[in-house]
Design a binder for this molecule. Structure first.
Ligand SMILES: [Zn+2]
Length: 296
């Protein structure tokens, strides 16, 4: 069962499909954690299903069983987290598209993290996009469509995926009646919260939230340091919490100069920790803490 906002998009695509107007290259884009790759999987299952009248997979035919087992010969998956997509993978895609379907139906390529394509990979993909083949579909997923060459994006049907009214759904998934304040900041990215739960790092995120919203003790500072040094992707999350706190201070009437100065110090912190190799995280955190102290 798809999340409601994904279900709605699936129905829209199904409608287009039944009218015979489904584009051969679909680009699902939107914030991380909105469920784009789940929708891509669902659409590809629909395209591969032996019941050709609908884009909603039956779940029981031979193709559906192969999809469920993760080894349908006419589906190719490209792209993974924390690595870029190179030209060799796109050449493999070209080969895959070229050969006839083993199950006699459609062939589908799902490209996740499409915005990590190297420029030579993007050039190679352009050729495939310019010469669409019958019964061949590409579904691309990316967080930031602006990081892709315009030549690629303009040849796809672009669909923005937004997690709308996800509060109730997220409560159900988390098996709770009320979400916590830090979780409420991620209603636009509910799958991020679920991923953290699965990875059992919720308590870390909670610590980040607490640290962002109070004066940090020396002990917390060192805990924060080791957590962020280990998982630099959490720097963004920490900064989102900080920005939220600064916004609240602004709403409460804090002077503009101070707010602006503090936002700058958060930006500087992100820049230092993400782009400067060998940055002393503990020192940067202490400086950040110093400049935010006036907030409380
Ligand atoms: Zn089926």
């Amino acid at each position: 069962m798809l999340a409601p906002w994904l279900e709605q998009l699936q129905q829209q695509f199904n409608h287009t499909f039944q009218q015979g107007r489904l584009h051969h290259a679909i680009m699902l884009h939107g914030l991380k954690g909105t469920g784009k790759s789940l929708l891509a999987s669902s659409l590809s299952a629909g395209l591969l299903c032996d019941m050709p009248s609908s884009l909603v997979a039956c779940g029981t035919c031979k193709s559906c069983l192969l999809v469920k087992a993760g080894n349908h010969p006419d589906r190719l998956d490209i792209g993974e987290a924390n690595s870029s997509i190179g030209v060799d993978q796109i050449r493999e895609l070209g080969e895959f598209i070229y050969h006839s379907a083993q199950q006699g139906g459609n062939k589908v390529v799902v490209i996740r993290f499409a915005d990590t394509m190297t420029s030579s990979a993007a050039n190679a993909l352009l050729k495939t996009l310019e010469e669409p083949n019958v019964n061949r579909y590409l579904i691309l997923c990316c967080d930031d469509v602006s990081r892709l060459p315009a030549t690629i994006a303009s040849r796809c049907f672009k669909q923005l995926v937004v997690a709308e009214q996800s509060a109730n759904w997220l409560c159900n998934q988390l098996n709770t009646h009320e979400i916590e304040p830090w979780q409420a900041l991620f209603l636009q990215q509910p799958f991020l919260v679920l991923d953290w739960q699965e990875e059992e790092i919720e308590s870390n995120i909670k610590t980040l939230y607490d640290c962002a919203n109070s004066d940090v003790t020396a002990w917390q500072l060192s805990e924060l340091n080791s957590m962020l040094a280990k998982r630099t992707e959490l720097v963004d999350t920490f900064c989102l919490f900080l920005t939220q706190r600064i916004k609240q201070a602004a709403l409460a009437g804090a002077p503009y100069e101070r707010i602006s100065e503090q936002l700058n110090s958060v930006t500087l912190f992100v820049k230092k920790t993400k782009t400067l190799a060998g940055t002393n995280m503990l020192l940067s955190l202490a400086m950040l803490q110093q400049s935010l102290r006036q907030l409380s």
